[in-house]
Design a protein around this ligand. Structure first.
Ligand code: AGP
Length: 610
């Protein structure tokens, strides 16, 4: 949950490092630092605050030199202090290091090193690594000292290291925390993700776990933990920096909410051939295997876990496949029983969420066929799964996930159609109407986005409330959970999502005139009449009703304080449409409260530590 960037070049690097920091800031923003080597001295500047604040205070442009490292922190060990900011250095400031991850055995290593006379200047686990490397860095090159030190580390780490003794060399290490190598013209980069280097190169090498890269301005060699050389290909990234810019929107979150029609169109169009869903070789499942799947396990965290819940509804209701949903963090520490013909599907925007990566590995080791639904090419999860269906949402920078979520739902819907067809769980006519339904979604999303005025009005009326409830049934219960999470994440207002029928079992005690209740109430054959009853229950107790209703519904507006309309669609697809007003409600509420919408407090975009 930190961002790291390093550059070794024939030119000055402070601006390249600053560009990288600004692009990586969404990964962690409690403190920032940069170090470079110039005229054989190590220049180190770091402090508390966001990138621009620390730059304003320390002026990174005065970090001369053609090699450097920089880091933006989301602290796991040690408070938010100048000393705990990265880069970390050894006592005589001849070696510097940046780290993303957690060193699980840092306490014993710290004791071992202190007994050897090492003096620590921070409370962090990361600082242990630079002193450990120094221990081995007597008569061997930096990469060898690093390699020897790594054998003593337990935990997750992406590292960047430089040394005054070898001022033209960067060492990069990856183990369970993301790290890519940017291959530039006469320069090389190490970075936590691709957007951090895109301004300077679109050629990247994805490091695997337990790989070490030795970077000089004109060369990149990769070795494994045994010191053996490894050949790796560079990939060409096919999207540009502009895709990661705000494009005139006030925040990435708003831009990404409005990108959803395009994102879903990109995600579905090449996979729809007439009334057929075609995944080519993405899912790496033969027709027999698709027919033979006896059980599906959906794994995810946060918003992706909500997508899993919606997927469970689709797969059981439409493809008739027994499906269960697991919090990845819980699954990995149970001893799950994986029977024959089990398909484990990991859903993750970043593809780097530590718990989801570990849960997928667990399922795979226990014999499940595995599939990833992911938004980042080459990310860890995509290299563990037997197959990957990419959401084509483009880079999602806002910490609060929006377009990744709805494209995950779209992929799950397509997968449901493909499985239902292969298993003859639905008639051709039913499948045809499902395909037509999802084809209409991008356009229908445009009309939901046009409801922004009413949504903004609700935010204006209720942004000072301190609690909120979100209710839904069936496929829209996960959407209620997602709406509550969005509000919590960006506005810091306490919100809970519940199945609407659960109100009677306790939560209804919370209802009073101070409680806004968002109820997802599409006109459907399943639960519409029941939801009307739930609205009555809340109304009778003075609650404020914000209803997500189907265009043309005349009942709901009579009962609700506010009705936000979504177009008529198939029941399961209403989940995609209903998510949008909830995203906008959270966005406007947060804005009116003056929150940092793209970088909410305490959060980071990718939870790459446990
Ligand atoms: C979503 O708005 C949150 N930022 C968070 O819950 C996120 O969904 C979760 O951390 C999982 O991330 P992933 O999809 O990248 O695995």
């Amino acid at each position: 949950m930190c961002g790291i960037i390093g550059v070794v070049s024939g030119q000055q690097v402070h601006q390249k490092l600053l560009d990288g920091l600004l692009s990586l800031e969404y990964r962690g923003y409690d403190s920032v630092g940069m170090c470079t080597i110039d005229k054989n001295s190590l220049i180190l500047k770091k402090g508390i605050g966001k990138v621009q604040e620390v730059h304003d205070k320390h002026d990174f442009s005065r970090n001369g030199g053609k090699i450097g490292l920089a880091h933006c922190r989301w602290g796991t060990h040690g408070g938010i202090t100048d000393e705990n900011a990265h880069p970390h250095v050894n006592e005589d400031k001849t070696i510097a290091l940046v780290h993303n991850g957690i060193i699980e055995n840092y306490a014993e290593l710290k004791e071992f090193l202190a007994q050897k006379g090492h003096v620590f200047s921070s409370e962090t686990d990361s600082e242990v690594i630079v002193h450990l490397i120094e221990e081995f860095y007597k008569k061997v090159p930096l990469e060898e000292a690093t390699r020897l030190a790594l054998h003593r580390l337990e935990g997750s780490y992406a590292l960047g290291i430089l040394s005054l003794r070898e001022p033209g060399k960067l060492v990069a290490v990856r183990n369970e925390s993301p790290l890519i190598i940017g291959v530039g013209k006469g320069e090389h980069f190490l970075a936590s993700d691709v957007p951090a280097v895109l301004k300077h190169t679109n050629k990247v090498i994805y490091l695997e776990d337990k790989e070490i890269a030795v970077l000089e301005k004109g060369s990149c060699t990769i070795i494994d933990y045994d010191g053996k050389a490894k050949e790796k290909q560079a990939h060409t990234i096919d999207w540009g920096v502009e895709a990661a810019e705000k494009a005139g929107y006030g925040h990435f979150m708003l831009k990404e909410i409005h990108e959803q029609p395009q994102a879903i169109a990109e995600t579905i169009q090449e996979r729809l051939h007439g009334n057929d869903v075609v995944f080519e070789d993405e899912i790496n499942l033969s027709a027999d295997e698709m027919r033979g799947v006896k059980r599906i396990i959906l794994l995810g965290c946060g918003t992706s876990w909500h997508a899993c819940l919606a997927g469970e509804f689709m797969l059981e209701e439409l493809a008739k496949i027994p499906t269960e949903v697991e919090y990845a963090s819980e699954f990995r520490y149970r001893n799950p029983l994986i029977g024959e013909h089990t398909l484990a599907i990991a859903i993750s925007q970043s593809g780097e969420t530590a718990d989801t990566v570990a849960a997928l590995k667990e399922a795979k080791e226990k014999g499940a066929k595995t599939l990833a639904i992911c938004n980042v090419k080459g990310s860890s999860i995509t290299r563990i799964a037997d197959g990957t269906i990419y959401t084509r949402a483009g880079p999602e920078i806002g910490v609060a996930s929006t377009k990744a979520f709805t494209t995950q739902l779209a992929v799950l819907y397509l997968l449901t159609i493909a499985l239902a067809k292969e298993r003859k769980a639905l008639t051709g006519k039913q499948i045809g109407s499902m395909v037509q339904g999802i084809r209409r979604i991008p356009l229908q999303l445009q009309s939901v986005l046009a409801e922004d005025g009413e949504i903004r009005n609700c935010a204006a009326l209720y942004h000072k409330k301190t609690n909120s409830l979100y209710l839904g049934r069936g496929v829209n219960f996960p959407i209620a959970l997602e709406g509550a999470l969005k509000l919590k994440e960006v506005s810091y207002i306490h919100a809970e999502g519940y199945p609407a029928a659960e109100m009677k079992h306790g939560p209804i005690a919370l209802i009073d005139k101070e409680m806004p209740v968002v109820i997802i109430a599409p006109q459907d054959v399943y639960t519409y009449r029941k939801i009307l009853g739930n609205i009555e229950e809340v109304k009778a107790r003075g609650g404020i009703i914000i209803a997500i209703a189907t265009e043309g519904d005349r009942e709901i507006p009579k009962k609700a304080d506010h009705a936000i309309f979504i177009p008529k669609t198939l029941y399961t697809l209403s989940s995609i449409l209903a998510a949008i007003p909830l995203q906008l409600l959270a966005y406007h509420t947060a804005l009116m409260l003056g929150r940092d919408v793209d970088k909410p407090r305490n959060l980071a975009k990718s939870v790459t530590v446990e």
